[in-house]
Design a protein around this ligand. Structure first.
Ligand code: FES
Length: 100
C-alpha cells in the first residue's frame, strides 16, 4: 500500500474506531472526521464524478463540496464535516463514474 496522504503526528491516544473503506477494514480515532480517516488510510478521498482523477478534498471546512463520499446504504456524507462512527462502511467510488 502507498503511504497515506495524511500522517498523524499528535493525539494518537483517543479510542480506536473500526470502519471499512471500499470493503477494506481500517482504523480511525474517535473524533476524526471521515476525511481524516480516509486520508490517514490511503492516498485519495474519492473518485471525481467528472473523470478518473482522484480527489482529496479542498477546503477541509465544509465549503467547497469536494469531499462527498457514500455509505454502502447509499447515504451521502460530506467527509470533512462528518465524524467517524464505529462500523461505518464507506464507498469512495463515484456513483456517476460507476454508470459510465
Ligand atoms: S473539503 Fe471542502 S467541503 Fe469538504
Amino acid at each position: 500500500m502507498e503511504a497515506p496522504q495524511f500522517r498523524r503526528l499528535a493525539e494518537s491516544d483517543r479510542p480506536r474506531i473500526r470502519l471499512a473503506i471500499d470493503g477494506r477494514s481500517c482504523e480511525a480515532l474517535a473524533g476524526d472526521t471521515l476525511l481524516t480517516a480516509l486520508l490517514t488510510n490511503g492516498r485519495r478521498l474519492r473518485s471525481s464524478e467528472f473523470g478518473d482523477e482522484p480527489r482529496a478534498g479542498f477546503c477541509l471546512m465544509g465549503a467547497c463540496q469536494d469531499c462527498w463520499v457514500t455509505l454502502e446504504d447509499g447515504t451521502r456524507l460530506r467527509a470533512c464535516t462528518t465524524f467517524v462512527a464505529e462500523g461505518m462502511r464507506i464507498v469512495t467510488a463515484s456513483a456517476v463514474n460507476d454508470e459510465r
